[in-house]
Ligand binder design. Structure first.
Ligand SMILES: O=C(O)C(=O)C[C@]1(C(=O)O)C=C[C@@H](O)C=C1
Length: 306
């Protein structure tokens, strides 16, 4: 299988792919893409079979670039997820002193996670956005960067031969980012009992109780949601879709029933995959909503009809 990732080398995303593959040769052969949309386009175009991209951070929330690229164009399928603890360093070419720093380059998600440290230690420093944390480090190593230092992973500082001016500068020491491996739709991974299903829901039109109508489909079937975000569809001001992760697998009765319900009440339902949870936490399913309960209720209905 050919893999890709949101690169360059030294991104947190590459670390996630390393964890997923567990094989140095496969990682070295993987294609680095400069942006998340480019990585997903690489899969759609068949350049690679699957790419690793960030989707959610425990401090900053959803990664909009990923959510929006997954919601548009041909549907893709999430095949698995990886959790990576996030620690940032302040990295610079040799000879740069902390006191002389005026500008800091990094990814916008990383900047949001070091704001407190920056306000305390470098209150005058201006922020320069870069395509990724590792791209910021790469820019310094290549020369000609428009910033003095980079906020990046310790790995990126090492890969690009930079000095570490400050260690562990994240405001939240337990920050974690969730990454997903995305491929073309095909086989859905087998259910494990500890799975997630990712969906994008489009309402017919804005109306009172519209969101409740969607959520009812899950609540009535004993399905827990682990993420719910509204994203603009881009069609008009106030036009939103809902991106959700639910505990459960397409193959399970209660998830299937919820999908049937959603299909009836939504203008469109985009199925983005059922896949094993990285933390292997089993879904809490009420006894009234497990597969046996559905089979029993269906048998009863059949008996009434015959
Ligand atoms: O820039 C990187 O290194 C990434 O992998 C991207 C990304 C993100 O998009 O959230 C990943 C984890 C960190 O929270 C900051 C940046």
């Amino acid at each position: 299988m050919r893999h890709g990732y949101f690169g360059p080398r030294g991104t947190f995303t590459q670390m996630a792919l390393a964890r997923w593959l567990g094989d140095d040769d496969a990682l070295a052969a993987a294609t680095a893409y400069a942006t998340v949309p480019a990585a997903l386009e690489g899969v759609r175009a068949g350049e690679v079979d699957a790419v690793m991209v960030p989707i959610e951070n425990s401090v900053e929330g959803g990664v909009s670039a990923t959510l929006d690229a997954l919601n548009s164009a041909d549907p893709l399928a999430i095949q698995g997820e990886v959790l990576v603890p996030i620690t940032f360093v302040l990295a610079a070419p040799g000879g740069v002193e902390l006191a002389s720093v005026r500008t800091v380059g990094t990814h916008s998600h990383a900047w949001s996670q070091v704001r407190g440290w920056m306000a305390r230690e470098l209150p005058e420093a201006a922020y320069v956005p870069t395509l990724s944390t590792a791209a910021a480090a790469e820019g310094l190593a290549e020369g000609g960067a428009t910033y003095d230092v980079a906020v990046c992973a310790p790995l990126a500082a090492e890969v690009f031969g930079l000095d570490v001016l400050a260690d562990d500068i994240g405001d939240n020491r337990s920050a974690v980012t969730r990454f997903v491996l995305v491929g073309r739709p095909g086989q859905v991974p087998e259910p494990t009992g500890a799975d997630k299903t990712t969906l994008v829901l489009y309402q017919h039109e804005d109306h009172p109780g519209g969101l409740l109508e969607l959520l009812e489909q899950f609540a009535a079937r004993g399905i827990n949601l682990s993420r719910l975000e509204s994203r603009p569809t881009g069609a008009a001001m106030g036009s939103y879709c809902f991106s959700v992760d639910v505990d459960g697998h397409l193959a399970e009765e209660r998830v299937g029933e919820a999908l049937v319900g959603l299909r009836r009440v939504c203008a469109d339902v985009r199925f983005l995959g059922s896949y094993p949870r990285a933390d292997a936490r089993r879904a809490q399913v009420p006894a009234t909503a497990d597969d046996a309960a559905y089979a029993d209720a269906r048998a009863w209905l059949r008996s009434l009809r015959t």
